[in-house]
Design a protein around this ligand. Sequence first.
Ligand SMILES: [Cu+2]
Length: 180
Amino acid sequence: MTVQNVVWPLALLGIAAVALIFIFVISQAGKPASVEETRQAAHTAHVIQARFFAVLVVGFAVGTWLTLRHFPIPQQHQPLHADQAIDVEGFMWGWNIQPTTVRAGQTVEFRVTSKDVNHDFAIYGPDGNVVAQTQAMPGFTNKLLYTFQQAGVYTVQCLEYCGVGHGVMRTTITVAAAGD
Ligand SMILES: [Cu+2]
């Protein structure tokens, strides 16, 4: 099931909920309210707001922890002790990659830079999904740690528009099976 399949029924439910609230407010519009009832309603609304805000804060904190706990970008100024290393240099419009073959199941440290302008070094798996990416910037070396789990031919594609040759700025990395 794709994210879109989940999101659109949820959006529909949200729209229905908002419509019901509007209908309720319209149905209550003509009725006179006592001062005590109004005060009570204001108090209730205040309590609901406070709880809603507390839920938002807790949800945001938990969501941040869950999604950023395993931050994908490694320490840039410390030795990474990876099993293998690949030097990557982007240029208009191609990649110098050394070596182009690595082994599955062992960590790879990519050292990514650019000869000219900003590029984006993205690795696509054999199934066509992006498995790792980082910026290729002139004057900087960005480190990326990744462990290929499956052997196969992975495609490198620039993901930051860098001129007329950007679309064909691609090459491949071969991942050999762990035992080969
Ligand atoms: Cu590009």
